[in-house]
Write a protein that binds this ligand. Structure first.
Ligand code: ADP
Ligand code: MG
Length: 396
């Protein structure tokens, strides 16, 4: 059956369970250091409030592993959420039980309760039917807006959908599905994928899936070195995943067969260690990286080459920084590619925690068509895997 979305259903006077992703970073004083994820849930929340739904909102935070860890309470989130909505959000520090049940039954239209961190309950990550049943109790409509958790078959993501009368996608989730769906099903003819980041092994499923869809794949970051090694290039002491050299060779062959233009860096910024003050060396095209040095960023010729390849793209999907962008000396590649993506007239999609951070650091986030809120979830989506949280919305 087709998946329902928020605009397909009437929520007035209905008790709605809204699963969001409030898994925000906290510092050691439990202060929220980045509230992007809370803000991302506001369109759905405001819609539900405006339409007169009675809202039970729930999220996980961190990995408390079934135990009540005070440092991982959603209390700081409630405060921020109330400020952002300019409305009180009820919070009792409980997930289930008679207190929550009676609050649920007394909810007025437009009111919101936030449950405590779902992962304080051991049943959440076990997809436990008992917990799901308690969460679903007296609920008329289930809305999933927690894209970042959709790759997990957890009680509030998967099992609950079997126990509610109606289940649908919220605005945030729908937007993720629309954009990432464009990247994986029927993309436009000139489709360019940029992949980078720390580990080639993380990204192999994505490359493999997108080899069938994209015209160009531009590779940077540490993952480039396993590919270069596979091509028998000297990569010095760059990060290479030896176990994946053969896989990289296969991918290079497949790219050739399918006439996908798979490009690797032609020059590098190298150093003997990953440190801010270390001396850097530019390794020019055709030169080898010395044995004691690591490639830590793409060089200027690679930047130029990649920019040219991006120029006529209609769709650009980017996951993974081009270098160790956290350190200024190795940040230019990522920054220049971020700017090129932002200035492109293509539909642009950026996913991955560090890539999103890099786009913000470069100051171009506003110019990206879609910034995915899910790290692991967006990688699995791009790899063509079925996400339990999304699949279960279609079934119900
Ligand atoms: P994302 O979170 O966007 O999916 P990853 O987690 O895969 O990205 O990779 C990001 C990390 O990769 C960054 O911490 C960055 O420092 C590291 N990285 C990028 N290029 C290199 C490189 N050449 N050598 C070592 N680490 C690198
Ligand atoms: Mg990362």
């Amino acid at each position: 059956m087709k998946r329902k979305s928020l605009n397909d259903i009437t929520v007035k006077g209905k008790r709605v369970f809204l699963r969001v992703d409030f898994n925000v970073p906290l510092d050691d004083q439990q202060e929220i250091t980045d509230d992007t994820r809370i803000k991302a849930s506001l369109p759905t929340l405001r819609h539900l409030m405006g339409e007169g739904a009675k809202i039970v909102c729930a999220s996980h935070l961190g990995r408390p592993k079934g135990e009540e860890i005070p440092e991982l309470s959603l209390k700081p989130v409630v405060e921020r959420l109330s400020e952002l909505l300019d409305q009180e959000v009820i919070f009792t520090g409980e997930i289930t039980g008679p207190g929550i049940d009676s609050l649920k039954s007394q909810l007025k239209e437009g009111q919101i309760i936030l449950l405590e961190n779902l992962r304080f309950h051991p049943g959440e990550t076990k997809n436990d039917p008992q917990l799901a049943r308690e969460l679903a109790k007296d609920i008329d409509i289930y809305i999933n807006d927690a894209f970042g958790a959709c790759h997990r078959a957890h009680a509030s993501i998967q099992k609950i959908t079997e126990l509610v009368p109606v289940a649908a996608a919220g605005y945030l989730l729908q937007k993720e599905i629309d954009f990432l769906g464009m990247a994986t099903e029927n993309p436009p003819q000139n489709y360019c994928v940029i992949l980078g980041g720390a580990k080639v092994s993380d990204k192999i499923p994505v490359i493999t899936n997108l080899l069938d869809k994209a015209q160009k794949i531009l590779i940077g970051g540490a993952m480039a070195y396993t590919f270069l090694k596979a091509k028998n290039e000297n990569v010095g002491s760059s990060r290479v995943e030896t176990d994946f050299i053969a896989t990289c060779n296969d991918i290079l062959k497949k790219a050739e067969e399918k006439q996908v233009k798979l490009l690797l860096p032609i020059d590098h910024v190298a150093a003997i260690k990953i440190e801010p003050e270390v001396t850097i060396r530019m390794i020019k095209k055709g030169k080898e990286i010395p044995g004691n040095m690591m490639g830590l960023d793409i060089g200027f010729d690679t930047i130029d080459l990649y920019k040219k390849e991006l120029a006529d793209a209609e769709l650009i999907v980017w996951n993974g920084p081009m270098g160790v962008f956290e350190i200024e000396n190795f940040a230019a590649g990522t920054e220049e590619i971020a700017k090129a993506v932002a200035e492109s007239s293509a539909t642009t999609i950026v996913g991955g925690g560090d890539s999103v951070a890099a786009v913000h650091k470069a100051g171009v986030a506003e110019k990206i068509t879609h910034i995915s809120t899910g790290g692991g979830a967006s990688l699995e989506f791009l790899a063509g895997e079925k996400l339990p949280g999304i699949e279960s919305l279609s079934e119900s």
